[in-house]
Structures are given as structure tokens and as C-alpha cells.
Design a protein around this ligand. Sequence first.
Ligand code: HEC
Ligand code: HEC
Length: 325
Amino acid sequence: MKTSYLIVCIFFLGLLPVTTLFISCNSSDKSSNDKAAKEDSLKIKIERGRYLAYHVSGCIDCHSQRDYKKFSGLIINGSEGKGGEVFNEIYSIPGVVFARNITPDTVNGIGKWTDEEIARAITRGISRNGDTLFPIMPYPHYNQMSKGDIYSIIAFLRTLKPNNNKVTERKLFVPLTTVYPQLPSSMLEYNVKPDVSDIVKYGAYMVNSAACMDCHTPMEKGKYQMDKLFSGGFVFNLGTFIVTTANITPDTATGIGKWTEEMFLDKFKHYRDPSLYVSDPGKMNSIMPWSLFAKMDDFDIKAIYRYLRTVPAVNHHVDKYPPAK
Ligand code: HEC
Ligand code: HEC
């Protein structure tokens, strides 16, 4: 992202040699122009980061408090980034881990971390003190995002209101290395965001950035069943409701093979309606953060659809709302 702006700037200046000359002759104008350009590019970066953190990559979804008396666990206003959400056996975790405080609070948040330390945690799962994070935090996916997108997210996190919420320490019953022995190495420098003209590739990038796989792939003994990729069946028992993730492969009998692009887009757009979040949906609730995903760009949703058409169709029947045992 940063480099592309640089290229745009160079291109722009190249087109206007006279202006460039004028600016370079007048140093006070130059510095105020530079400052304005920097502020503009930071603004664009923060907006991109906000979009990803809220509506694509789930950062705000997991790192805030959710209200399950509202459909799809609406984010509680003012809790953005404060952490504390519990991840336990419901998520096939041998123990309990808590989403951490990622607001700029200098005591309990990440206010004192450098951009590089935050990037290392997001893309490699290494906390500031060197500890490995449990991979429920989807860093193996974020590891494949472009450097521009990751640093945009970091720029956005710095704009969150600092919250001094102190998050409880995690408790794991087995050493982390037995669950997830290998850390992905950082390829951040080399990662590229595919161009939107290659919609399938771009869609794959979005699906990875949103970690759709993690919820939509069944697990056995803590391992994803890769032959059942995207075929659903992950059961979430949240006490007040039980929901199973859907089969989103192109299988026509048990997946979304019969859905047109328009139906897929409409499904997401439907959840943009705020009246859907007024009353308690009881047992018909979902853990899929529809209220956040619904605000993805139409183009991004279509790209996701186009990519999902290309994954292997898996015949795997799923009961979205299984009868309570
Ligand atoms: C599925 C839920 C989930 C999503 C999505 C998620 N996180 Fe996390 N994150 C966690 C959990 C849980 C931990 C703590 C893991 C542990 O204790 O081992 C964590 C840890 C972190 C840490 C380390 C903080 C520290 O003090 O060590 C950072 C930074 C972070 N997440 C940022 C992000 C960002 C940025 C995003 C979006 C790009 C994101 N997370 C998306 C669940 C999530
Ligand atoms: C936190 C877990 C979670 C994440 C992340 C998640 N989903 Fe879901 N999804 C679910 C659950 C649970 C359901 C079934 C209940 C429902 O329809 O809301 C579902 C349902 C769906 C459906 C409806 C299918 C049908 O047959 O009605 C689609 C389409 C879908 N998800 C696509 C996606 C895509 C695309 C992503 C990534 C951008 C994604 N999901 C990320 C949990 C998740």
C-alpha cells in the first residue's frame, strides 16, 4: 500500500514538472504540502485498516464483547478492542484462552508496542514477550496478507479508544507445541494482494483474510479435516443456542451449489438491515458475524462467491440447528 502511494506520488510529480520545480523552490510550501500528503495517505491507510478490522478480518469481532441477545452477537458499543472474549472447548481448544486487549492502552493494551511487534503478533503469532499465541487467533491466515493491509490494520488499531481492561491469563492443558508445532515464517515483504481484475484470485485473498475456513471446516481431534474444506459441520454450543457451520462448497445437494452470485450477495446484504438486531433471536442465533460481514463491499462479496465456486464440492450434509441432545 505504502509503496503504491509512493509510486502514485512519483507519477503525479512526474506529470507536473513545473509544479515540482515551484514547490522545490519554496521550502515552506513544500513542507506543508508534504505534511498534507502524509496526512492524506495516513487517512486512507486508517480507513483501509478499519474496513479490514471490522468487516473482513474479524479483529473487532473477536477482540470486543459480543451481545448474543442480538442476532449474530452484535458488538457492544464501547468495547471495541478491549478483549476478554472466552475461547474454550466450544472452539475445540484444550483449555481456555482470552482475546487480548488490542487498544492503545499503555498498561493493558498494545500502546507501547512498535508497529513491527504488532505485525509479528498478527502474522506470526508471537507476542511482545516472545510467547506463542494460540492459533484460534488466525495468524496463519494473516501471514499471507499483504504488508500494506497488515500495516493499515495496525494504523487503525492505534486510533481505537484506549481501554484499560486487564485480560485474564490463558490456561492450556497441553503444551502449545503439541497443538500447533510450527510457526509460519514471515513472507510479509513478498506477499501481494492480487489485482481485482483477477477476481477469483482476489476472492481467494479475501476468503483467506477473513479466515472463513476456520469456522467452515470441520475439526477432528483439534485438526482441520482438509478433505472437507469449507464443507461446514463445526458445531458451536453457546448454551442459549446451538449452531452448526454451513457447507459453503459448490455441492448442489448439501452446499451452496445452487446459489447464484445474486443470491449470495443478497444473503450478505440482507443483514445490513439494523431492524434484524433489535430482538433476541433465541435458539435461531448464529455465531457468524453477519452484522460485520454484511458491510463488506459488494465487489468483495462477489469475489468471495467467485472463489468459492472453484473449491472442491464436498457432499456433507449439515444440520444448521441440530436438535438439543
Ligand atoms: C477468532 C478470534 C480472533 C480473531 C478473528 C482475531 N484475533 Fe487476535 N487474538 C485472539 C485471541 C484468542 C488471542 C490470544 C491468544 C492467546 O492467548 O494465546 C489473540 C491475540 C492477539 C494479539 C496479541 C496481543 C498480546 O497481548 O499478546 C494481537 C496483537 C491480536 N490478537 C490482534 C488481532 C488483529 C489485528 C486481528 C485482525 C487482523 C485479530 N487479532 C483477529 C483472537 C482473535
Ligand atoms: C465465527 C464463525 C464463522 C465465520 C468466521 C464465518 N462463518 Fe459463515 N457461517 C457460520 C455459521 C455458524 C453459519 C450457519 C448459521 C448461519 O446461517 O448463520 C454460517 C453460514 C454461512 C452462510 C449461509 C449458508 C447457508 O446455507 O445458509 C454463508 C454463505 C457463509 N456462512 C459464508 C461465510 C463466508 C464467505 C465467510 C468468510 C467471509 C464466513 N462464512 C465466515 C459461521 C462462520
